[in-house]
Design a protein around this ligand. Structure first.
Ligand code: NAP
Length: 261
């Protein structure tokens, strides 16, 4: 299926690895020019190669080494691409822990990374999208928005704040050809997975292998997600065909959320 977005341009934040990179690859395969981002220049360089190798012909892949959670970093992204057609918001997630150990500093850091930074980038780009009559904004959040995980309180709180904001915004810009959706990953096999399994092993007294098996078994499809499954769904949400899909929170978790809706 031709997604109808060849020649468009996307800023994909935090995309030198994992879910962000998979989104960038999938968009580049559809002929979208991508701005690739990460803080570590060497990882970013490798990712540029990887995305270029899989991109449709003629696609440009522009690296921006920057911290998206800082104003300076976001300015660098916007200098590289002041007027994107597509914005994929992403950043690292806050650490797990006990809320009794968190002070204002930890909360402000999580809010900055997972709520205020994406809102800043949306603010800088959405009006141009409206003027052009086409825009796609996808925020990578977490399945924890729908089913909060107690040890991820910082993530639960900050990402739910973003979700509330964009729910209102999506309706405001809906008649301008601009969609705003959130993707809520369950557990995907990215570089983040070993750290998560170590944490579960430590907190349950199991070995890492046992913890991994236990966690995998809780997922109805009995496996962790492939990042490209996530990336390709992102590309679909950015497609012309998905123009009637907005203000949605799409859970990609192998059936792990146990509710009917
Ligand atoms: P990952 O594989 O660890 O990749 C994270 C990517 O983001 C890397 O390219 C990293 O590069 C970049 N990055 C991190 N902080 C950044 C920053 N401040 N500025 C710019 N780039 C930054 O992680 P992932 O699994 O793809 O997860 C992506 C997001 O989804 C995270 O917020 C995570 O909490 C959330 N999530 C993931 C899962 C999952 O199963 N994978 C589930 C729920 C939620 P540098 O370190 O070089 O900057």
């Amino acid at each position: 299926m031709d997604l109808g977005i060849q020649g468009k341009t996307a800023i994909v934040c935090a995309s030198s690895k994992g879910l962000g990179k998979a989104c960038a690859i999938s968009l580049a395969q559809e002929g979208v020019n991508v701005i690739l981002n990460g803080r570590t220049a060497s990882t970013l360089d490798q990712a540029v190669e990887e995305v270029r190798n899989q991109a449709a012909s003629g696609v440009t892949v522009t690296p921006v080494a920057a911290d998206v959670t800082t104003k300076e970093g976001r300015d660098l992204l916007l200098q590289a691409c002041p007027d994107p057609d597509i914005l994929v918001n992403n950043a690292g997630g806050p650490p797990p822990g006990n809320f009794r150990d968190w002070d204002e500093k930890e909360w402000l850091s999580a809010l900055n990374a997972n709520m205020l930074s994406p809102i800043s980038l949306i603010k800088a780009t959405v009006d141009n999208m409206c003027d052009k009559g086409f825009g796609r904004i996808v925020n990578i959040t977490s399945a924890a928005v729908k089913a909060p995980i107690p040890v991820l309180g910082l993530s639960n709180g900050a990402r739910t704040g973003l979700t509330g904001f964009v729910s209102g915004l999506a309706r405001e810009v809906a008649n301008k050809g601009v969609t705003v959706n959130n993707m809520l990953p369950g557990i995907f096999a990215t570089d983040r997975l070993p750290g998560l399994m170590n944490y579960i092993a430590e907190s349950t007294g199991k070995s890492v292998e046992e913890a991994t098996e236990m966690r995998r078994n809780l997922i109805p499809v009995k496996r962790f997600g492939d990042p490209m499954e996530f990336g390709q769904y992102c590309a679909y949400l950015c497609s012309v065909q998905a123009g009637y899909v907005t203000a949605q929170n799409v859970v990609l978790d192998g059936g792990a959320f146990p509710g009917t809706l």
